[in-house]
Ligand binder design. Structure first.
Ligand code: TXA
Ligand code: MG
Length: 538
């Protein structure tokens, strides 16, 4: 289909273009129109065949109803079976403007528009071009946002052309959309009015006019299995760019720290303008931190920009949910598929044998820290049938595997520690897998909002210290450690001396650690730990 491009930015001057678009609408065609929220894909609301073309152009599921756009309040009575005074009070206060009201529908509203529901959603847009177009068409216009289903809503005519060129009869240019997120959707068809979708008309403003308003669960939460959506649109993945977005919960400081610790250099940050000097990644901004209108205005455009830049992994700032901010959170959380992460406290512990590393780790665990034990992870990456085990067998001989396919640790040890070269080979196979698993274990804990303590002998050598907010070196005098290990492991002094041989002298650790704990028994480790955790949590 050849799509006409019509400039109606100034509807009083571009009367010819407005008339052309209106004629297409009366002929049962689909026309993209600007509104003050986002661009819409319009058709005659009373013409089922025309409305069905909208669903085809968008690839929209049939059960997702459309909003009907009117130019006079009077038209509300042609669409709704009953119009309560609350509706009229809201109309008086917020129309024309970004508020959609849901009411029981009249029979003349086709099923295609209501998605089979007994209600109809109506709004009167304030954009002068939209207004002119509805008047010229002479009929109410059913219109969803003018994006392909699942993509971010278009806030500029360029986005509409990207998605709709060749699919519909005409695209009307009305300039950049003022608000940038879709209208507030409120249903009056429930016993208590209910906010189904937040927008630029805020919850607080609605309550001022009509009193009690409930907020639908789906506004800030994913639909649970078995739950039905009050608004069918809520059940579909929405506003989603190609990139995997994760929202970092917490303050600006948390955001910067999290990125410094966890982001890879090809990752993107979706952040506010004032964050730019603090972030070393490629950034796409969506407004200013204290101005939610600037955020709604920019958000969808920013999501499209991320795709244009081929972003894969994106870390997003968590906006305030006050006022219009609720609309920003609602759209951003959906774009992120409700994926959140917290900048939790990560403590790395290292130390020499016999100093009390495991006991210190346990004390952190008792305070609710998730334990990431490098030795345990080292064992788990060489589990039966693991890719690492396959590589080890190739490098050191198939007979390092026992009959049941598990690793014979003794045999591997004998070969791998026979000389420096073999040890090197062992490490080059196991270390990357161990590091990777440690990182994912930490990030799983962060997604659950849990602090983590890392028990890692090679904390500094592997660079894992960079993942930590605090590093702790635990040590004790030689003779004390010797006595402890003799008691614990029942080995001879000679064997223990061999195990205690350090790869670095003490200074290597002391210089690199934020805290040094000398666990000589003069004070109980519990006391030293309380002191340490107080400093860490300060
Ligand atoms: O700002 C806007 O509202 C834009 C512009 C073009 O006006 N339109 C828009 O339409 O965002 P759309 O189709 O993308 O979103 C309409 C939302 C959907 O989530 C839909 O499920 C819901 O409103 N909706 C429509 N009629 C409904 C009804 N009768 N009951 C419950 N939800 C309804
Ligand atoms: Mg939409």
């Amino acid at each position: 289909m050849n799509t006409l491009f019509l400039d109606i930015r100034n509807p009083l001057q571009n009367t010819e273009a407005v008339r052309t678009a209106a004629a297409l609408l009366r002929d049962g065609e689909v026309v993209a129109m600007p509104t003050e929220t986002v661009y819409g894909l319009a058709a005659n609301a009373f013409d089922s065949t025309a409305v069905e073309k909208i669903f085809a152009a968008k690839g929209r599921p049939q059960d997702n109803p459309l909003i009907v756009h009117i130019a006079y309040v009077q038209e509300l009575f042609d669409l709704a079976a009953s119009v309560p005074t609350a509706a009229l009070r809201l109309a008086e206060k917020f129309w024309p403007g970004p508020l959609t009201i849901i009411l029981p529908k009249r029979d003349c509203v086709p099923e295609a528009v209501s998605g089979g529901l007994s209600t109809v959603a109506v709004r009167m847009p304030s954009h002068p071009s939209a207004n002119a177009l509805i008047r010229a068409a002479g009929v109410p216009l059913a219109a969803p946002s003018a994006n392909i289903s699942g993509f971010p809503s278009p806030t500029d005519v360029r986005h509409v052309m990207d998605d709709m060129d060749g699919r519909i009869a005409a695209v009307c240019d009305g300039g950049n959309c003022e608000f940038g997120v879709e209208s507030t959707v409120l249903t009056l068809a429930t016993e208590i009015p209910r906010l189904l979708r937040p927008g630029s008309v805020t919850l607080e403003q609605l309550r001022e006019v009509i009193g009690e308003v409930q907020v639908d669960d789906a506004v800030l939460n994913p639909l649970q299995a078995g739950q039905t959506a009050s608004s069918p649109g809520m059940k579909y993945r929405h506003y989603a760019p190609e990139a995997k977005i994760t929202v970092v919960k917490g303050s600006a400081e948390d955001f910067y720290k999290f990125i410094e610790k966890n982001a890879n250099k090809n990752d993107f940050a979706l952040c506010f303008e004032e964050d730019l000097p603090h972030i070393a990644l490629q950034c796409v901004t969506f407004g200013q931190a204290d101005d939610p209108f600037s955020q709604t205005h920019r958000l969808f455009e920013a999501l499209r920009e991320l795709d244009e830049k081929k972003a894969q992994t994106v870390w997003a700032r968590d906006p305030s949910s006050d006022g219009v901010g609720l609309a920003v959170c609602n759209r951003l959380y959906r774009a992120a598929g409700f994926s959140f992460v917290y900048n939790t406290c990560i403590v790395g512990i290292t130390g020499i044998t016999g100093a009390g590393k495991s006991t210190l780790t346990k004390l952190f665990a008792q305070k609710g820290f998730g334990v990431v034990d490098a030795d345990e992870i080292a064992r788990s990456v060489t589990e039966k049938d693991s890719p690492v085990l396959v590589q080890l067998a190739q490098a050191f001989g198939e007979d390092i595997l026992l009959n049941d396919g598990a690793l014979d640790r003794r045999k591997l040890g004998a070969r791998a520690f026979a000389d420096a070269e073999s040890t090197e080979k062992l490490n080059s196979i196991t270390h990357p897998a161990i590091l990777e698993r440690i990182r994912t274990t930490v990030s799983d804990l962060q997604r659950d909002g849990k602090n983590a303590v890392l028990d890692v002998p090679l904390l500094f050598e592997t660079g894992l210290d960079r993942l930590c907010d605090h590093t702790v070196y635990i040590t004790a005098d030689h003779d004390i450690r010797l006595a402890r290990l003799q008691q614990r492991d029942g080995l001879s002094a000679q064997e223990i001396e061999k195990r205690m041989q350090a790869r670095h002298d003490e200074n290597y650790f002391i210089e690199r650690s934020d805290f040094v704990i000398k666990n000589n028994g003069t004070q109980p480790l519990e006391t030293l730990f309380e002191d340490l955790s107080e400093k860490i949590m300060a």
